[in-house]
Design a protein around this ligand. Structure first.
Ligand code: COA
Length: 349
């Protein structure tokens, strides 16, 4: 049966580097605290003007398209994953279609936060398997620096996230045992409010029952976004970090195990694990659980922070460019994040 392979990969990160020490100019934090809890040393922030989630995605896409040996006009479908779109609507997919002067192809936007790239990859994989499309552009891109509270109030979130983009081109292959072997997608909305940005949104007050006491009950409903909601910080991401951590260290190994079992493989068969770059401590825990040596796990959160939907394609691209992902290697991608949603993919490179 026809299935899909990654025919080209690219990444883009903004040039502006912000170290942990730079962040101490805005909030009460320290290099020591951030490195000890997350492993992050620095991250990139996009230019305030000119550089957007779409423009970064386009830069990554240009490289992926070129490496696939095609042109933008050959792309027949776009899947764009982000939680920080240029506009509330329309999504970034159509902006990519315009920027790259593509044909009037379909453009789908995916909102699955940290699992967004694997969800996007999975959707694209299904379209290739059915024979509907032949060159699908999959992008994960984030401009977090526009949506974070850079005061001490928001420090538990803002120190973690950074900006950047990654992209791949999927094409069909009939080579047996090669390309995307399987993808596995999950969700549990029971704790949806533990990692969320509430506005702009149409929610009522149900989430306030979860003792998010920082928020003013008067600033609920009636409009997507009010001055009061902004005063309450409801336009910034809320995260219960310890709860996310506890769930992540269970779901990462679980969904990787599911992918291996589905393909009759075992952890020692993995040549390279590229986990979503949520926290170096989470990645190290997963590595220990699977008993993988250091050279079989790729981490770059130290340089970029958590770039959400972009983190896996950026890490995969870097690993590939460094020669750490070679033809025939078994690559495992895994993610966990807001929703909660989690996912994995096994790829024979
Ligand atoms: N700098 C300094 N102190 C900070 C801080 C910062 N940037 N952020 C929070 N703190 C403080 C807290 O206020 C708290 O102080 P207190 O003890 O006086 O109340 C203390 O540090 C501990 O906070 P806590 O949230 O319990 O820390 P933690 O050890 O759980 O680490 C995270 C916080 C966010 C690093 C950690 O929970 C985590 O990584 N969780 C997973 C997050 C994640 O992966 N998110 C993305 C999902 S894909």
């Amino acid at each position: 049966m026809q299935h899909s392979k990654i025919a080209g990969i690219g990444m883009y990160v903004p040039k502006n580097v912000y170290t942990n020490t730079d962040l101490t100019n805005f909030m009460d934090t320290s290099d020591e605290w951030i490195q000890e809890r997350t492993g992050i040393k620095e991250r990139r922030y996009a230019d305030r003007t000119g550089e957007t989630t779409t423009t970064m995605g386009v830069e990554a896409a240009k490289i992926a398209i070129e490496r696939a040996g095609i042109t933008p006009q050959d792309i027949d479908f776009i899947v764009f994953a982000t939680l920080s779109p240029d506009y509330y609507f329309p999504g970034c997919g159509v902006l990519v279609q315009r920027a790259l002067q593509m044909k009037e192809v379909g453009a789908l936007d995916i909102r699955n936060q940290c699992s967004g790239f694997i969800y996007a990859l999975s959707v694209a994989d299904q379209f290739i398997k059915t024979g509907m499309y032949k060159n699908i552009l999959v992008i994960g891109s984030e401009k977090h620096s526009f949506g974070m509270d850079f005061t001490t109030r928001g420090r538990n979130v803002s120190v973690i996230f950074g900006d950047g983009a990654g992209a791949v081109v999927l094409q069909p292959t009939s080579k047996e045992g090669h390309g995307i072997l399987s993808t596995h997608l999950h969700s549990d909305g029971g704790d949806a409010e533990l990692l969320a940005m509430f506005n702009p949104g149409t929610h009522s007050n149900h989430w306030l029952d979860k003792k998010l006491a920082d928020y003013d009950e008067a600033a609920i409903g009636e409009t997507f976004m009010s001055h009061q909601m902004i005063d309450n910080g409801q336009n910034f991401a809320y995260m219960d970090g310890p709860a996310v951590f506890k769930k992540a260290v269970v779901k990462f190994p679980e969904v990787i195990g599911e992918a291996l079992a589905a393909n009759n493989l075992k952890p020692s068969d993995i040549d390279m694990l590229v986990p979503h770059q949520a926290n170096l401590r989470i990645a190290q825990f997963v590595q220990q659980t699977l008993k993988l040596s250091d050279d079989k796990v790729y981490n770059n959160i130290q340089k970029y922070g958590n770039t959400t939907a972009a983190s896996i394609p950026i890490a995969l691209c870097e690993a590939w460019e460094a020669g750490k992902v070679k033809e025939g290697d078994l690559v495992c991608l895994a993610a966990f994040g807001s929703g909660f949603t989690w996912a994995s993919a096994l790829v024979r490179w």
